[in-house]
Design a protein around this ligand. Sequence first.
Ligand code: AMP
Ligand code: ZN
Ligand code: FE
Ligand code: FE
Length: 287
Amino acid sequence: MTPPRIDLHTHSRASDGTDSPRGVLEAAAAAGLDVVALTDHDTTAGWAEAAEAVAVTGVALVRGTEISTRVRTEGGSISVHLLSYLHAPDDEVLRAECDRTRTDRLSRARRMTDLLAEDFPVTWDDVVAQTGDGATVGRPHLADALVAAGVVGSRDEAFATVLHPGARYYVPHYAPDTVDAVRAVLGAGGVPVMAHPGAGARGRTVSEATIADLAAAGLAGLEVDHRDHDAEARDRLRGLTAELGLLATGSSDYHGTGKLNRIGENTTAPEVLAQIEERGRLDVIRP
Ligand code: AMP
Ligand code: ZN
Ligand code: FE
Ligand code: FE
């Protein structure tokens, strides 16, 4: 028997992916995956539909969320994405934080749209038209509206130009402090894993000392194998997981057609998933 293939980080239209939650499981099945985690940004809205698709697709589901957080530094902050696996969706503290982030993401998207509208033929209705019902709104939706308006040719081009944090149209959004978010995830019975810790192209990355502080606060793992990490970054991060006693995961960060990431392009070892399931409050939903 070949070992199960496990991808622990994907997005659906509940945030900024282009597939429905069911579509993510169908894509996972087509790619020969056995287990997939649905980890939409700051929401659990896609969980129910994904859970319903387990039996038909034969793909097991890990319910998760990618939580937007920030590490405060002198002279600013660093954006950190924290994956939470198998947490109770009704935990009040974690839910309140995610609600606050989603609400602020909405006003932030409107403000960015207003700024973009000063120079480009794009309106808030255009952005809404690109965003799934009740979805967590993000820059990818602004990018899609700009592509539809013919301002840029692709999401990638939008991110490299007008949506870049250095662009005059960029507005940050609220996000909880990373240590607080790790504690909130643990309080909700979840397993906190830092997403793409070495993805330097997205902006500044946190230091090893910060990762050690997060580990002391209860961080369970690092997403080592990810497309945004080169071989050197993966080696360094794998070394860090060994040093700090953390789990090492791997995943695609699939966004449907919105990014080049192919589902299943990086995977997580079955022993690591077993550890996550043992620590998490919810079970993996199996066919
Ligand atoms: P936001 O959280 O709204 O600031 O937007 C960040 C989101 O955009 C993350 O989910 C990324 O996965 C996504 N993203 C970052 N760079 C790109 C890119 N070049 N093309 C498409 N999506 C991207
Ligand atoms: Zn995303
Ligand atoms: Fe991320
Ligand atoms: Fe992601």
